[in-house]
Design a protein around this ligand. Structure first.
Ligand SMILES: Cc1ncc(C[n+]2csc(CCOP(=O)(O)OP(=O)(O)O)c2C)c(N)n1
Ligand SMILES: [Mg+2]
Length: 401
């Protein structure tokens, strides 16, 4: 499973390890097969919570498979697959409270699944703006395609929570590629100076489309980038849902001010304050080390830039398989429970697809949601569209007509 022979060591600190377990500074709870590691602390969760983390990953994987298939059938637009990355999105979201805000890039679908927003979420991918509006009700901000552009907004939201004395944090998800953008650095700088309650959740999946991690940055790790902004960065196995949960939980406590200190802490810099009340409030950068099994999006062909074999060592530490083994070996799930989780996922995803496909497309909806008051020029464009629909009929605007 974890053949250390595979570890590539060409002398460069940036070389992506062929052995996903080679980096020792990556926090893990579960070993490659799903058994807790000897020195690891398994988070003290209820049986139901452990099972919910598994169940939500199974649903996320099912959603992913169906979404790719829908795109191939022409029933959905471009889609960004997340297979391999369920552990980090699901594990980290379980560590938040429902009132905490999530701002994501475009691949962290597991966050919407945990928040029970699949039916609201899917319409966006089918071209309905109503989808992005609806998930905001569940404290999930609209997805962001302009790489790293959402980071300053996420910091601003956290700053607003602080100013309003609201006890909420913001978990902001983005990729390894996003760390090269100016917005990333501006956002981390503001967060460090203003001490906003922000969790920077960086999904290091090895690639930014065809650019490999080792050509993305000369930093030894992505977590190290936090140092320049005066707060801590921590590396965690993003394919280990329990480690992802535990590190995020501690980061939430750190962002709120408090949490474990000293040896009990996974995140560095965690000395208690003078009153012994735990570390003072600081943002945290979490680097989830993981891998994207599939294509960048349904418009991409990864065989053009990477060998299929590169995926195998990562599939061997699949987050769902590891969690299932953990649950089975600790008596928390059996064959029946596994089958029930899969059936539930099939049903939830099928229902969400039926609901999304039943939505009547409304071309004028593209003008909604972005502005509270539509600017003059956009009002003019909307009126022109409405007049054209009136003159030519809605059919003239249907796809393929
Ligand atoms: C500002 C900007 N530049 C370029 C792009 C084109 N683009 C889309 S996805 C992507 C790669 C992002 O990689 P990463 O942040 O690692 O996220 P991943 O896709 O791996 O999840 C790029 C460059 C964009 N969407 N926005
Ligand atoms: Mg990436």
């Amino acid at each position: 499973m974890d053949e250390s022979d595979d570890a590539s060591d060409d002398g460069s600190v940036n070389a992506a390890p062929a052995d996903p377990l080679a980096d020792e500074d990556v926090h893990r709870v579960l070993g490659p097969e799903g058994r807790p590691l000897p020195d690891a602390t398994v988070p003290a969760l209820s049986d139901d919570r452990f099972r919910a983390i598994y169940r939500d990953m199974v649903t996320t994987r099912r959603f992913d498979e169906r979404a790719v298939s829908l795109q191939r059938q022409g029933r959905m637009g471009t889609y960004a697959p997340c297979a391999g990355q369920e552990g980090s999105a699901v594990g980290s979201t379980h560590a938040l409270e429902d009132r905490d805000l999530i701002s994501y890039q475009y691949r962290e679908h597991g966050a919407a699944v945990v928040r029970d927003l699949l039916a609201e979420y899917l319409p966006y991918w089918m071209g309905h703006e109503s989808g992005t509006a609806a998930i905001a009700e569940g404290n999930v901000l609209p997805l962001n395609i302009g790489i790293a552009a959402h980071l300053p907004h996420a910091v601003g939201a956290g700053w607003a929570f602080d100013l309003r004395d609201e006890d909420r944090v913001v978990a902001c998800h983005f990729g390894d590629g996003a760390t090269s953008e100016g917005d990333f650095h501006e956002a981390l700088n503001f967060a460090g100076v203003l001490d906003t309650p922000t969790l920077f959740c960086c999904h290091n999946n090895g690639w930014a489309i065809s650019v490999p991690r080792e050509r993305q940055t000369a930093s030894a790790t992505l977590a190290a980038k936090a140092t320049a902004y005066g707060f801590e960065g921590v590396r965690v196995d993003g394919m280990d849902p329990l480690a992802s949960y535990a590190v995020t939980r501690e980061a939430v406590e750190r962002a709120r001010g408090g949490g474990p200190a000293g040896d009990a802490s996974v995140i560095d810099g965690g000395s208690a304050d003078a009153a012994g009340a735990g570390p003072p409030s600081r943002p945290v950068l979490i680097e989830f080390v993981e891998y994207r099994y599939g294509a960048h999006t349904t418009a991409d062909d990864p065989t053009a830039y990477r060998d299929d074999d590169a995926v195998d060592p990562w599939r061997a530490i699949d987050p769902i398989d590891r969690m299932e083994t953990f649950l089975r070996e600790t008596g928390r799930i059996d064959d029946e429970g596994v089958a029930a989780a899969r059936d539930r996922a099939d049903d939830l995803v099928a229902e969400a697809i039926d609901a999304a496909e039943a939505i009547e497309p409304d071309p004028a909806a593209m003008f909604d949601h972005a502005y509270a008051d539509l600017p003059l020029e956009l009002r003019r464009q909307r009126d022109e569209l409405l007049t054209a629909i009136e003159d030519h009929g809605e059919e003239a605007f249907d796809a393929g007509e």
